[in-house]
Write a protein that binds this ligand. Sequence first.
Ligand code: UDP
Ligand code: MG
Length: 321
Amino acid sequence: MADILYYVIPCYNEEAVLPETAKRLREKMREMMETGLIAEKSRIVFVNDGSKDRTWEIIESLHAQDPVFSGINLSRNRGHQNALLAGLMTVRERADMVISMDADLQDDINASVEMVKKYYGGCDIVYGVRSARTTDTAFKRMTAQGFYRFMHMMGAHTISDHADYRLMSRRALAGLAEFKEVNLFLRGIVPMIGYPSDIVYYERAERFAGESKYPLGKMLSFAVEGITSLSTKPIKLITYLGFCIFFVSIAMLIYSLVRHFTGSTIVGWTTLMVSVWAIGGLILLSLGIIGEYIGKIYLETKERPRFLVEQFLNEDGENEP
Ligand code: UDP
Ligand code: MG
């Protein structure tokens, strides 16, 4: 018996591309059903993220025409990541595997077949990674590269050139459901789940129609969101800075004393110099220490799972956790 595949597609003001996306996805799905790769009960789920155009009407009519299409209508615009999560969590009990994809056909649908094959090969998570960014503008390429590098430096470990085109098994989705945090940055959380994973490379096309919903400003706030929701490294930087300045203040102390005793200063300069540096350093250091605790509290409030069991070998022969 083949397994059930659900596609989850977040859509925000996508009336221009949706009919084409639906057509291509349906074709691909038929093909996979006919070759026996996926079950007949597989579905394509569009999540309407509070669109202001006719997106939801289109989804409704698609659903009326063909039961392979499903729709989830969110109460208002909640942003890409939340829309995606809403879709994943709504379908996770019905599907054996879920592929998430953008609505704009930038991700190569053909790569799904390879993802599904890797799923049958035992992978719980299969990441779609762009092999080339030739279709992006040089500016988008550069900013995207800087984005991944900066994220990495700040302790947010994501997979480079992987957006949200990925396959997740039911088990991986159950793992994801354990992450109860409100500020959810999927690209950072999914690698934390673990389980056997693999990568499928594909070429990213240009947006089929409509406009990008991620201009530079939104991308920057996305990066900040990602870093602050995943890591407390920025706080650590304050502590390091405090240490550095404190050491500088010691050097300044020696320097000022030397100047003082060689008599080449005006009265009051030495005390002023030393106290400014020492106090600055101490304040930063103290802030850093307080920050470390706040960082700990922050991570505690997220109540992330401390572990996920993959297998449990036990005498009674039950290998499933
Ligand atoms: N999207 C969404 N809610 C939003 C913004 C975007 O659901 O508030 C969806 C959008 O419809 C698309 C996906 O997120 O399916 C990615 O957006 P887009 O293609 O505009 O981003 P880009 O590829 O330019 O980074
Ligand atoms: Mg896009």
